[in-house]
Design a protein around this ligand. Structure first.
Ligand SMILES: *[C@@H]1O[C@H](CO)[C@@H](O)[C@H](O)[C@H]1NC(C)=O
Length: 277
């Protein structure tokens, strides 16, 4: 009889776990401040580290006056809410299994240092814009993320070559970089080619990207399957560009033009034009 009971409980937990793990990133507030306080089995299910594998902290409001902050303070009986306190909880609950971390603009470099210590299995990382001083501390953190495959930046860090070198040295499976709204120099492109040779997807949309640098990427990054250079300034997708890029399965250049004043229009009937929403 006792065994029967236990099995029922186990089944309940499995059900709860499945339900909780299907909640989207917006539900991270419910998972942290509501669900654990409903009852014991809900609390136990919400503490399963597998639920905390994807730490998408970009879709919630973490301001001190947000409903999440108010509930967090009430439940954990603390007087002041901070994003750092929240991420400490989330990272602890993930118990070393977090595979994705998406940080909001109010995250600081200390939060990232914490993540480098407690999230060694990260595969995907999204970073907000950091200050110059904070940026200089980032490259060394990548030595902790050996499994990292994908990095999304708000824009190019001041010393991109240094960052690329660290990723190249430490992250053998790195295949995807998103670094929009940047001024791309020859040095940057050479760093990408040299340090990130396995790159399959590169997004430099809304960047300043001269044609010479674009062609260097196209010719130098041999593994690229997707190159997004939408809404860039610095090149026109002329015959030469399109011919050289035709090896790349998804070459997205819509909205790119030579300079700010130009009225260049993309030929939408072109075979090479790939529309990705
Ligand atoms: C970038 O970092 C590397 C390695 O630390 C350094 O040698 C180089 O001078 C730096 N470049 C700039 C522009 O600061």
């Amino acid at each position: 009889m006792e065994e029967e009971d236990r099995r029922w409980e186990a089944m309940d937990m499995d059900c709860l776990f499945i339900i909780f793990s299907k909640l989207g990133p917006e539900a991270i507030d419910d998972l942290s401040v509501s669900i654990p306080f409903v009852c014991r089995s809900w609390s136990a299910a919400a503490r399963n580290p597998l639920i905390w594998r994807i730490l998408n902290l970009q879709s919630n409001d973490f301001m001190p006056w947000s409903s999440l902050a108010k509930r967090f303070k009430a439940h954990y009986q603390i007087s002041r809410f901070s994003f750092s306190g929240f991420i400490k909880l989330a990272v602890r609950l993930s118990d070393g299994l977090a595979s994705e971390l998406w940080l909001p603009p109010l995250a600081s470099v200390e939060d990232l240092i914490l993540a480098s210590e407690y999230c060694p299995r990260l595969r995907k990382l999204g970073l907000p814009k950091l200050t110059l001083n904070e940026e200089s501390q980032i490259p060394s953190l990548f030595s902790k993320w050996k499994e990292l495959q994908q990095l999304e930046l708000e824009s190019k860090p001041y010393n991109f070559s240094q960052l690329a070198a660290m990723i190249g040295q430490n992250c053998n499976d790195f295949i995807e970089l998103k670094m929009p709204s940047s001024a791309i120099s020859k040095e940057d492109v050479l760093a990408i080619i040299k340090f990130l040779p396995k790159l399959r997807s590169l997004d430099l949309s809304r960047s300043y990207l001269p044609k010479k640098e674009l062609l260097l990427i196209v010719e130098g990054c041999r593994e690229l399957e997707r190159l997004s250079v939408k809404n860039c300034i610095g090149f026109e997708a002329d015959e030469e560009v399109k011919t050289k890029a035709c090896r790349i399965e998804k070459f997205e250049y819509e909205g790119s033009k030579m300079d700010y004043g130009g009225g260049f229009e993309v030929d939408e009937c072109d075979d090479l034009y790939v529309d990705v929403i």
